[in-house]
Design a protein around this ligand. Sequence first.
Ligand code: SAM
Length: 285
Amino acid sequence: MNKPIATPSRTKEILAKHDMFAKKNYGQNFLVDAGVVEKIARDAMVSDHCVAIEIGPGIGALTQYLCEYAKKVISFEIDERLPSVLADTLSEYDNFTLVMEDFLNIDLKSYVEQYTAQGYDVVIAANLPYYITTPILFKIFESNAPVSAITVMMQKEVADRFHASVNTKEYNALSIVTQYRCHVKNVMKVPKNVFMPKPNVDSAVLQFTFKEKDASINEEAFFELVKGCFKQRRKTILNNFGEYLGDKTKAKEVLQHAGVDEKRRAESLTIDEFKHLYEVCIHEN
Ligand code: SAM
Protein backbone atom coordinates (compact mmCIF):
# COMPACT_ATOMS: atom_id res chain seq x y z
CA MET A 1 0.00 0.00 0.00
CA ASN A 2 1.18 3.54 -0.77
CA LYS A 3 1.46 6.07 2.08
CA PRO A 4 -1.79 6.32 4.10
CA ILE A 5 -4.01 9.19 2.93
CA ALA A 6 -5.39 9.60 6.44
CA THR A 7 -2.64 11.71 7.97
CA PRO A 8 -2.71 15.50 8.44
CA SER A 9 0.32 16.10 6.19
CA ARG A 10 -0.79 13.82 3.32
CA THR A 11 -4.35 15.20 3.41
CA LYS A 12 -3.04 18.78 3.25
CA GLU A 13 -0.73 17.78 0.38
CA ILE A 14 -3.58 16.17 -1.61
CA LEU A 15 -5.93 19.12 -1.03
CA ALA A 16 -3.24 21.59 -2.11
CA LYS A 17 -2.24 19.54 -5.17
CA HIS A 18 -5.84 19.43 -6.41
CA ASP A 19 -6.71 22.94 -5.29
CA MET A 20 -9.44 21.53 -3.06
CA PHE A 21 -11.07 22.56 0.20
CA ALA A 22 -13.62 20.73 2.38
CA LYS A 23 -17.21 21.69 1.53
CA LYS A 24 -19.39 22.10 4.60
CA ASN A 25 -22.67 21.61 2.72
CA TYR A 26 -21.52 18.10 1.67
CA GLY A 27 -20.63 17.24 5.28
CA GLN A 28 -16.94 16.98 4.45
CA ASN A 29 -14.74 16.24 7.44
CA PHE A 30 -11.82 14.16 6.23
CA LEU A 31 -10.32 11.51 8.50
CA VAL A 32 -6.64 12.11 9.25
CA ASP A 33 -5.84 9.19 11.57
CA ALA A 34 -4.71 6.03 9.79
CA GLY A 35 -5.24 3.89 12.91
CA VAL A 36 -8.93 4.83 13.10
CA VAL A 37 -9.44 4.28 9.37
CA GLU A 38 -7.73 0.90 9.45
CA LYS A 39 -9.89 -0.27 12.36
CA ILE A 40 -13.14 0.77 10.62
CA ALA A 41 -12.10 -1.06 7.45
CA ARG A 42 -11.00 -4.20 9.31
CA ASP A 43 -14.11 -4.33 11.48
CA ALA A 44 -16.34 -3.78 8.45
CA MET A 45 -15.20 -7.03 6.81
CA VAL A 46 -17.29 -9.90 8.12
CA SER A 47 -15.49 -12.51 5.99
CA ASP A 48 -12.58 -12.72 3.56
CA HIS A 49 -15.12 -12.71 0.75
CA CYS A 50 -16.51 -9.18 1.02
CA VAL A 51 -17.60 -6.55 -1.45
CA ALA A 52 -17.65 -3.16 0.28
CA ILE A 53 -20.07 -0.37 -0.53
CA GLU A 54 -18.90 3.02 0.68
CA ILE A 55 -20.89 6.23 1.04
CA GLY A 56 -18.78 9.32 0.40
CA PRO A 57 -15.11 8.38 -0.25
CA GLY A 58 -13.92 12.00 -0.04
CA ILE A 59 -10.25 11.96 -1.04
CA GLY A 60 -10.03 8.20 -0.35
CA ALA A 61 -8.87 7.92 3.29
CA LEU A 62 -11.12 4.99 4.22
CA THR A 63 -11.46 3.73 0.65
CA GLN A 64 -7.73 2.99 0.51
CA TYR A 65 -8.03 0.49 3.40
CA LEU A 66 -11.30 -0.95 2.08
CA CYS A 67 -9.50 -1.63 -1.21
CA GLU A 68 -6.78 -3.46 0.74
CA TYR A 69 -9.24 -5.74 2.56
CA ALA A 70 -12.22 -6.21 0.20
CA LYS A 71 -12.45 -8.06 -3.11
CA LYS A 72 -14.13 -5.03 -4.59
CA VAL A 73 -15.11 -1.54 -3.43
CA ILE A 74 -17.96 0.54 -4.86
CA SER A 75 -18.06 4.10 -3.55
CA PHE A 76 -20.88 6.60 -4.07
CA GLU A 77 -20.01 10.28 -4.12
CA ILE A 78 -21.76 13.54 -5.11
CA ASP A 79 -18.89 16.02 -5.16
CA GLU A 80 -17.93 16.51 -8.82
CA ARG A 81 -14.44 17.69 -7.87
CA LEU A 82 -13.53 14.25 -6.48
CA PRO A 83 -13.25 11.82 -9.46
CA SER A 84 -9.94 13.34 -10.57
CA VAL A 85 -8.61 13.40 -6.99
CA LEU A 86 -9.55 9.74 -6.41
CA ALA A 87 -8.09 8.69 -9.77
CA ASP A 88 -4.83 10.05 -8.40
CA THR A 89 -4.96 8.92 -4.74
CA LEU A 90 -6.29 5.40 -5.48
CA SER A 91 -4.41 4.81 -8.74
CA GLU A 92 -2.76 1.65 -7.33
CA TYR A 93 -6.12 -0.20 -6.98
CA ASP A 94 -7.98 -1.97 -9.76
CA ASN A 95 -10.74 -3.19 -7.42
CA PHE A 96 -12.20 0.31 -6.91
CA THR A 97 -15.28 1.69 -8.72
CA LEU A 98 -16.54 5.23 -8.19
CA VAL A 99 -20.23 5.90 -8.86
CA MET A 100 -21.13 9.60 -9.02
CA GLU A 101 -24.63 9.37 -7.59
CA ASP A 102 -26.44 10.58 -4.50
CA PHE A 103 -26.59 7.52 -2.24
CA LEU A 104 -30.12 8.48 -1.22
CA ASN A 105 -31.28 7.99 -4.82
CA ILE A 106 -29.67 4.66 -5.74
CA ASP A 107 -31.36 1.28 -6.03
CA LEU A 108 -29.33 -0.28 -3.22
CA LYS A 109 -31.01 -3.69 -3.36
CA SER A 110 -30.00 -4.23 -7.02
CA TYR A 111 -26.41 -3.18 -6.33
CA VAL A 112 -26.17 -5.56 -3.38
CA GLU A 113 -27.92 -8.52 -5.02
CA GLN A 114 -25.60 -8.32 -8.00
CA TYR A 115 -22.77 -9.39 -5.66
CA THR A 116 -24.60 -11.68 -3.23
CA ALA A 117 -25.69 -13.65 -6.34
CA GLN A 118 -21.97 -14.25 -7.01
CA GLY A 119 -21.46 -15.57 -3.47
CA TYR A 120 -19.96 -12.43 -1.88
CA ASP A 121 -20.86 -10.94 1.50
CA VAL A 122 -21.77 -7.31 0.88
CA VAL A 123 -20.87 -4.86 3.63
CA ILE A 124 -21.39 -1.11 3.94
CA ALA A 125 -18.71 1.12 5.43
CA ALA A 126 -18.53 4.89 5.72
CA ASN A 127 -17.55 7.98 7.54
CA LEU A 128 -21.03 9.37 6.97
CA PRO A 129 -21.89 12.90 5.90
CA TYR A 130 -23.43 13.91 9.24
CA TYR A 131 -26.20 16.07 7.80
CA ILE A 132 -27.92 12.94 6.41
CA THR A 133 -26.90 10.17 8.84
CA THR A 134 -30.45 9.11 9.74
CA PRO A 135 -31.88 9.23 6.18
CA ILE A 136 -28.93 7.14 4.92
CA LEU A 137 -29.31 4.51 7.65
CA PHE A 138 -33.07 4.30 7.19
CA LYS A 139 -32.62 3.98 3.46
CA ILE A 140 -30.38 0.96 4.12
CA PHE A 141 -32.70 -0.49 6.79
CA GLU A 142 -35.76 -0.14 4.55
CA SER A 143 -34.13 -1.32 1.33
CA ASN A 144 -34.42 -5.04 2.15
CA ALA A 145 -30.95 -5.36 0.62
CA PRO A 146 -29.12 -8.47 1.90
CA VAL A 147 -26.25 -6.56 3.52
CA SER A 148 -24.11 -8.52 6.01
CA ALA A 149 -23.01 -5.55 8.14
CA ILE A 150 -23.11 -1.76 8.18
CA THR A 151 -20.11 -0.15 9.88
CA VAL A 152 -20.37 3.61 10.00
CA MET A 153 -19.04 6.69 11.74
CA MET A 154 -21.50 9.35 12.91
CA GLN A 155 -21.82 12.07 15.54
CA LYS A 156 -21.57 10.52 18.99
CA GLU A 157 -24.86 12.08 20.11
CA VAL A 158 -26.69 10.39 17.23
CA ALA A 159 -24.89 7.09 17.86
CA ASP A 160 -25.97 7.25 21.51
CA ARG A 161 -29.61 7.32 20.41
CA PHE A 162 -29.22 4.40 17.99
CA HIS A 163 -27.89 2.06 20.67
CA ALA A 164 -29.59 3.57 23.75
CA SER A 165 -30.93 1.26 26.47
CA VAL A 166 -34.37 1.49 28.03
CA ASN A 167 -34.77 4.07 30.83
CA THR A 168 -32.08 6.43 29.56
CA LYS A 169 -32.60 9.94 28.22
CA GLU A 170 -31.28 8.91 24.79
CA TYR A 171 -33.82 6.04 24.40
CA ASN A 172 -36.50 7.10 21.91
CA ALA A 173 -38.54 5.86 18.94
CA LEU A 174 -35.39 5.83 16.75
CA SER A 175 -33.65 3.49 19.24
CA ILE A 176 -36.57 1.06 19.17
CA VAL A 177 -37.12 1.11 15.41
CA THR A 178 -33.38 0.50 14.91
CA GLN A 179 -32.93 -2.15 17.58
CA TYR A 180 -36.10 -3.94 16.43
CA ARG A 181 -34.41 -4.45 13.06
CA CYS A 182 -30.72 -4.66 13.97
CA HIS A 183 -28.15 -5.73 16.51
CA VAL A 184 -26.17 -2.57 17.23
CA LYS A 185 -22.52 -2.80 18.32
CA ASN A 186 -20.49 0.12 19.59
CA VAL A 187 -17.16 -0.25 17.72
CA MET A 188 -15.33 2.82 19.07
CA LYS A 189 -15.52 6.42 20.13
CA VAL A 190 -13.59 8.86 17.97
CA PRO A 191 -12.39 12.27 19.19
CA LYS A 192 -12.98 15.34 17.02
CA ASN A 193 -9.27 16.01 16.54
CA VAL A 194 -8.84 13.17 14.02
CA PHE A 195 -10.76 15.11 11.36
CA MET A 196 -9.85 17.91 9.00
CA PRO A 197 -11.56 20.31 9.37
CA LYS A 198 -12.25 19.56 13.02
CA PRO A 199 -16.01 19.27 13.74
CA ASN A 200 -17.59 20.67 16.92
CA VAL A 201 -18.53 17.29 18.33
CA ASP A 202 -17.01 13.86 18.95
CA SER A 203 -17.95 10.87 16.81
CA ALA A 204 -18.53 7.15 17.22
CA VAL A 205 -18.44 4.11 14.98
CA LEU A 206 -21.38 1.71 15.18
CA GLN A 207 -21.92 -1.61 13.48
CA PHE A 208 -25.42 -2.75 12.55
CA THR A 209 -26.31 -6.34 11.58
CA PHE A 210 -29.85 -7.33 10.67
CA LYS A 211 -32.04 -9.49 12.92
CA GLU A 212 -34.42 -12.13 11.55
CA LYS A 213 -37.71 -10.53 10.49
CA ASP A 214 -40.77 -11.27 12.62
CA ALA A 215 -43.41 -12.23 10.05
CA SER A 216 -46.26 -11.66 12.51
CA ILE A 217 -45.52 -7.92 12.77
CA ASN A 218 -46.51 -5.28 10.24
CA GLU A 219 -43.43 -3.08 10.66
CA GLU A 220 -45.02 0.10 9.41
CA ALA A 221 -47.94 -0.18 11.84
CA PHE A 222 -45.62 -1.20 14.71
CA PHE A 223 -43.31 1.78 14.12
CA GLU A 224 -46.30 4.16 13.97
CA LEU A 225 -47.48 2.86 17.35
CA VAL A 226 -43.98 3.31 18.85
CA LYS A 227 -43.68 6.85 17.47
CA GLY A 228 -47.17 7.65 18.80
CA CYS A 229 -46.19 6.48 22.29
CA PHE A 230 -43.13 8.77 22.29
CA LYS A 231 -44.94 11.76 20.81
CA GLN A 232 -44.68 13.85 23.97
CA ARG A 233 -41.91 12.43 26.06
CA ARG A 234 -43.09 13.81 29.38
CA LYS A 235 -46.64 12.48 29.01
CA THR A 236 -47.70 9.10 30.40
CA ILE A 237 -48.07 6.15 28.06
CA LEU A 238 -51.86 6.40 28.56
CA ASN A 239 -51.97 9.97 27.27
CA ASN A 240 -49.73 9.38 24.26
CA PHE A 241 -51.23 6.01 23.37
CA GLY A 242 -54.75 7.39 23.89
CA GLU A 243 -54.02 10.21 21.46
CA TYR A 244 -52.48 7.76 18.99
CA LEU A 245 -55.60 5.53 19.08
CA GLY A 246 -57.93 8.53 19.24
CA ASP A 247 -59.75 6.78 22.10
CA LYS A 248 -58.47 7.04 25.68
CA THR A 249 -60.90 4.44 27.10
CA LYS A 250 -59.77 1.90 24.52
CA ALA A 251 -56.12 2.79 25.23
CA LYS A 252 -56.68 2.14 28.97
CA GLU A 253 -58.18 -1.26 28.19
CA VAL A 254 -55.40 -2.30 25.78
CA LEU A 255 -52.69 -1.21 28.23
CA GLN A 256 -54.37 -3.18 31.01
CA HIS A 257 -54.60 -6.32 28.85
CA ALA A 258 -50.97 -5.90 27.82
CA GLY A 259 -49.95 -5.64 31.48
CA VAL A 260 -48.51 -2.13 31.09
CA ASP A 261 -49.15 0.33 33.95
CA GLU A 262 -50.85 3.36 32.36
CA LYS A 263 -48.75 5.78 34.43
CA ARG A 264 -45.47 4.62 32.89
CA ARG A 265 -43.68 6.63 30.23
CA ALA A 266 -42.69 5.27 26.83
CA GLU A 267 -38.98 5.46 27.70
CA SER A 268 -39.50 2.73 30.36
CA LEU A 269 -40.91 0.12 27.92
CA THR A 270 -38.57 -2.49 26.45
CA ILE A 271 -38.84 -3.50 22.78
CA ASP A 272 -40.53 -6.76 23.83
CA GLU A 273 -43.12 -4.78 25.83
CA PHE A 274 -43.79 -2.60 22.79
CA LYS A 275 -44.18 -5.73 20.64
CA HIS A 276 -46.61 -7.21 23.13
CA LEU A 277 -48.59 -3.95 23.27
CA TYR A 278 -48.76 -3.96 19.45
CA GLU A 279 -49.98 -7.59 19.41
CA VAL A 280 -52.69 -6.94 22.02
CA CYS A 281 -53.71 -3.79 20.16
CA ILE A 282 -54.06 -5.65 16.83
CA HIS A 283 -55.91 -8.53 18.50
CA GLU A 284 -58.44 -6.19 20.12
CA ASN A 285 -59.17 -4.04 17.08
N1 SAM B 1 -14.64 9.02 3.57
C1 SAM B 1 -13.95 10.30 3.66
C2 SAM B 1 -13.13 10.35 4.93
O1 SAM B 1 -13.43 9.57 5.84
O2 SAM B 1 -12.24 11.18 5.02
C3 SAM B 1 -14.93 11.48 3.57
C4 SAM B 1 -16.02 11.49 4.61
S1 SAM B 1 -16.97 12.98 4.64
C5 SAM B 1 -17.51 12.96 6.32
C6 SAM B 1 -18.48 12.57 3.80
C7 SAM B 1 -18.39 12.34 2.29
O3 SAM B 1 -19.71 12.04 1.80
C8 SAM B 1 -17.91 13.53 1.49
O4 SAM B 1 -16.95 13.10 0.55
C9 SAM B 1 -19.16 14.04 0.77
O5 SAM B 1 -18.90 14.71 -0.44
C10 SAM B 1 -19.95 12.74 0.58
N2 SAM B 1 -21.41 12.90 0.45
C11 SAM B 1 -22.21 13.86 1.00
N3 SAM B 1 -23.49 13.65 0.69
C12 SAM B 1 -23.53 12.50 -0.07
C13 SAM B 1 -24.57 11.78 -0.72
N4 SAM B 1 -25.84 12.18 -0.63
N5 SAM B 1 -24.25 10.65 -1.42
C14 SAM B 1 -22.95 10.26 -1.53
N6 SAM B 1 -21.92 10.92 -0.94
C15 SAM B 1 -22.20 12.02 -0.22
